[in-house]
Design a protein around this ligand. Sequence first.
Ligand SMILES: Nc1ncnc2c1ncn2[C@@H]1O[C@H](COP(=O)(O)OP(=O)(O)O)[C@@H](O)[C@H]1O
Ligand SMILES: N[C@@H](CCC(=O)OP(=O)(O)O)C(=O)O
Length: 375
Amino acid sequence: MPLTRRQLGESRRWVVKIGSALITDDGRGLDRQALAGWAEQLARLRRAGHEIILVSSGAVAEGMTRLGWSERPSALHELQAAAAVGQMGLVQAYETHFQQHGLHAAQVLLTHDDLANRQRYLNARSTLRTLLRLGSIPVVNENDTVASEEIRFGDNDTLAALVCNLVEATLLVILTDQQGLFDRDPRTFPDARLIPDGLASDAGLLKLVAPTFGRLGSGGMATKLTAAARAARSGTHTLITSGRNPRVLERIAAGEQLGTLLHPDQEPLAARKRWIAGQLVSKGELVLDAGAARVIREAGRSLLPVGVTHVKGRFSRGEVVTCLDPDGRPVARGLVNYAADEARRIMRRKADEIEHILGYVDEPELIHRDNLVVL
Ligand SMILES: Nc1ncnc2c1ncn2[C@@H]1O[C@H](COP(=O)(O)OP(=O)(O)O)[C@@H](O)[C@H]1O
Ligand SMILES: N[C@@H](CCC(=O)OP(=O)(O)O)C(=O)O
């Protein structure tokens, strides 16, 4: 059920993401005055009973200023070094401002690996819940210093959406440097029109966003739309608006019509399936025949070996693989019951042949439906 702006404004659990384009004062380090303003508003919301998790970018930009670098480096190790220096400034600024309002900021640095590993995912979830219960404001960022190129979130929109899934937030507020999603890039087309509402799953919206990345940030509008679709898996609504609007967060809480609101339009996934859906890296691919692709898409059935025609990649039992239809379109993602070489041997075969082929049988399904998420 889509919620109204008023209901969302009154909802309890919010994730608020502040993007690089906004927080960096056009590339000149942190915009400290603006940051103080957001912290003050967040503190007021917290006092009014909202539970807030902040996802804040800005470490690299602040690090560059502190190191006296005018050009954003392209080498990953230099970006990581800048982030390590700059994260200090970022949390220092939040801690100072939240303290003035009698609140504790809590630094939470996450990598994709942390969320891919079930145990660490559950740990992150209980730590965040505990911090909220204690009345602190978790300040989340990617742990840039250790994240390697292949497994980086890269942009904080994705990270914020996964945090929404983790804590089942009702509202994701993405604060950026534009009033919301426009029908064309407003930087290039000053007559572009704001889209006030949309469905999080509407792939048509992606066509409206410029294929280029944001200037200072890393994702542009495209990652915000993908993030809204991800956030919707936990029933979370996403509001994209400008952090430069005066008292923006309090106005959202009051239900004012601001920015672009993207509604979830599918049933929320169960917690375990949300975790599977949030995996950014797939270890291999299973190509399905048309019948298997259909029953998985339409009836949510388990995947049996008989419906698989090709196995690609190297994976072990329990790892995440993507199922493709015969035309190569992604159908589902799931945790596979057999390693790649075993899967190759049992594909196209009936479940009762598995024992004869492999000498043992773990499960009759290649992926059980409890471990399978339709995309
Ligand atoms: N259709 C669109 N509507 C709004 N902004 C768009 C659109 N297409 C591209 N953009 C660009 O996306 C930028 C915001 O993304 P980004 O710089 O990554 O922000 P952040 O750092 O806040 O995540 C805007 O400055 C704008 O130029
Ligand atoms: N982790 C990085 C932020 C990554 C980033 O720029 O994300 P985004 O604000 O989504 O464009 C940092 O703190 O500099």
